[in-house]
Design a protein around this ligand. Sequence first.
Ligand SMILES: [Fe+2]
Ligand SMILES: [Fe+2]
Length: 181
Amino acid sequence: MSIINELTSHHTTLRQLYAQAEKDPKFFEDFSRHLVVHHTMEEKYFYDILQAYPEVEHDALEAVNEHHIIELIIKDAEGFPHDHDHFPIKIEGLGEYTTHHLDEEEMEIFPMSQNVIPADDLETLGKLFVEAKNKILGIKLPELPGAIATAIAKPAAPTKTTAGVISRSTAHGLGIGGLKH
Ligand SMILES: [Fe+2]
Ligand SMILES: [Fe+2]
């Protein structure tokens, strides 16, 4: 199947995961994990190729920059206490920006790309995208052994940040995050 169809199909999954996360914040991790994988694979098997065509280069770069902004929104949400009453607002912010990005790809970028990337290449890229996406999303990281898991599970004493907000850990919200779960 063409990469355009494969990407659009994964967009449907992303929209469903957002709808689930909007109802229940525990689905945030699933939503953000799929998003990070989607962006990584979409850049490798679609935008890197699209950027080579001067007539669409600007649009491709703009879309990739939107991925960067979405990653920043994910990092911000990851650093926000997930049990806080306002966490759903963080999920909504991420979901709304993401939905806007997906709409723009489906309505503008994908049709544009079909005019420049040869059909055979779109098919080949589609196969590679699916293979890579399934491999990455299928990976289950080994669990930590009991003693280490128990040691890190102990909640740190709350500390006050410079903004006066109570935070459980200064390390909260740092790191790659999206691919850890
Ligand atoms: Fe995208
Ligand atoms: Fe996409």
